[in-house]
Design a protein around this ligand. Sequence first.
Ligand code: PLP
Length: 444
Amino acid sequence: MHAATLTHSPHATVPSARSATFAPLQVIGTGALVPLNDGGTVGYANLDYAASAPCLEAVHEAVTRALPYYSSVHRGAGYASQVTTEAYEKARETVRSFLGAWERDAVVFTRNTTDAMNLLAHAVPSGTTVVVFETEHHATLLPWKRAVRLPAPASPIEAISAADRALAEAPGGPRLLVVTAASNVTGELWPIAELANVARRHGARIAVDAAQLVPHRPLDMKSLGLDYVAFSGHKLYAPFGAGVLAGRADWLRAAEPYLKGGGASASVQNGGGTTQWSTSPEQRHEAGTPNVLGVIALAAACEALTGTGWDVLKADEERLLARLRNGLAAIPGVRELTLWGDRSDRVGIVSFVVDGWSARDVALTLSGDYGIGVRDGKFCAHPFVHHLLGASEAPLEAGGASGAGGCGSGQTSAVRASFGIGTTEEHVDRLLHALARIAREPRG
Ligand code: PLP
């Protein structure tokens, strides 16, 4: 059945269900109405948090509170400038404590995870060998000059031994292991504590892409032994354009400024004389006027999540995740993508394919007929999605059922549902109900 020809309101048959609590946090946009193909409207079921999460009320409030005294940072003597500078530097300490980073670590504000990983790639000493799994998001896979790419490991234990071997075989000089904490495709958690041990044993460093972990679970750099962590505010309910690279200061302090300009420069001489760059790693790599409101928003999200308690958030998420995964498993023709199998620990991110349907058509039908927002495609993790679909070098977005399919469906891309604070059982049930109908009616 074509999305546009469906004339009933599918959600009318959805059983009502109690809401997830995620108490006491609220997100902005709950209950927002979206149009349907049949001319009706329905409350939006946002199941695309892994791309960008909605804004927390607490974040919105923090930004609103900051605005009356919004002014320049590190540049003005006026009162508003002092207030804003203090808020900006306080945010750095909030993030430090959110990540469990050392006092001596740098906490550099960036635009997002992509920017943070590129800053780290810029700062690694020349000749550094980077070891990275090809399961990474492109932001973490691509920035490195000299990288050894490891294939998708069949288990967490294999990930540890593959990293061990690669670091042992790497040429002398600095080595950096780069790995995700939680996959943006399958939600699966990677054994970062063990990988940090492996790195340490080889005298290497480890950088962790925590973009998909920190919205769902706590992270403690000190106890895990992590050298660098990167994440994005917009995935952490703080959609104001700030991100973070936190970690060891020495490489950052020694690197050329990431951007050259005001703030990064300590002194500049007339007549083309020498420029002295700031030796503070933060100032050195935060040239120009920073994104103050983004940083205040990001810190407010860190405080709100920590203040609520991870146990509460995790319990709600796990309940919804079990509901979603069990429901998907019960629909003939729907297959979840997983690297390490059903039982591996994961956050609220699930990718799947529907037999006989392209991912794009599933996503469009979910949106137009059911008011559900999901993502479809390869999630900026092309090698990993090709691996999961068994389509080695899959053709560019074929948009339909073509190419080899290791999962038996001939798919070249997948659908991803992801959630968090504000997601309800009704959203999950609506998705399952919709998919059950979609899967019964394969497209020709
Ligand atoms: N790393 C992971 C695991 C991600 O999921 C994403 C975004 O989806 C990124 C990095 C890149 O994040 P950003 O687009 O905020 O730079």
